[in-house]
Design a protein around this ligand. Sequence first.
Ligand code: HEM
Ligand code: FES
Length: 358
Amino acid sequence: MSVQYRAVGWNRQKRIYDLILISSAIAYVAMFVGVGSLVHSQATIETLLIRAFGTAALLLLHVILAIGPLCRLNPRFLPLLYNRRHLGVTTFLFALAHGGFAIVQFHALGNVNPLVSLFISNRNYGSVAEFPFQSLGFFALLILFLMAATSHDFWLRNLTAPVWKRLHMLVYMVYGLLVAHVTLGALQSERSPILAVTLALGFLTLLSLHLAAAVRERRIDEHAAPAEDDGFLDVCHADDIPENRAVIISLAGERVAVFRYDGKISALSNVCQHQNGPLGEGRIIDGCVTCPWHGYQYRPESGASPPPFPEKVPTFCAQVREGRVFVHPRPNQPGTHVEPARVAESRVRSNDPQYTSR
Ligand code: HEM
Ligand code: FES
């Protein structure tokens, strides 16, 4: 984690982010209701609110899903990612308002419990035109709640990063449920093409962004470095790595970030212990590799976070031979100190006695 870097914890930047987020979401709802009441003069305020909150939540979900690939394609989008969890909680609150109003409007007036009514009032599961689409919205809302409730770092630590990550990947299931919710619900009776066209454009945008990001990632994985007799792999020329930055390579199926700083080279896992952020897209700040997502820090030579933080990532042994950087694909235990290779020396230099120099 970070000592100096100011991205973690409450700060002015986070407050501005939240303020912009909340005020734009409220402005959207107000505008939707205002314009809606002019265009559909017969629509009740409840119906307009249900639609405003529902579409706002779906819009925010599109933004959340677009941020990941956008940041992979261009680091200028990183400030959006920095506070993505607040975006997720806001999405849940808007979805809750939509679902809550809808349950009151459509299920609260009978003598059956509204939540029971949601599931039994329509059982036409075999019909496309009359499919009980509201139950799909309910399950999406339930998952959004789980993700919002576990979004704090407290849960990340207690559930462990892989479990937390898997839980939060359910956001794609939420998206699928909601596309079905809207397609089988509102779109069945909607005469205006606006909702259908917006939904299709949203889907195509997300699909293209994810495909473009996947192609970029694949290029890294396909970079097959030639192996030397001693198992070290030729990565690149040392001059190809900008000062205080890294190149990311794929070694034996694992992403490795090779950093250059102060005339030295160190290699460590590219995967941040916080939320799997790409360490190799970060830079060295105050002598530490700083994750571009939320600012967790690791010492380049050991992969360990500076005290008092406990995070550790695996390190890799690196050498510089006649200006070229070689990395051994076998990872060392997380937190293992490896003497950095020196860039200035043009002769073979091993940074680990267990490997023989040529
Ligand atoms: C308990 C959960 C939910 C219930 C009971 C519910 C109910 C409804 C109903 C009755 C409609 C049709 C409204 C109309 O045609 O006037 C609708 C539409 C819609 N819902 Fe949901 N929904 C739920 C969850 C969600 C969630 C979680 C989202 C998004 C995050 C969402 C997004 C939408 C959208 C975008 C529409 C189309 C726009 C509209 O007509 O409101 N819904 N929902
Ligand atoms: S600091 Fe959050 S993923 Fe690295």
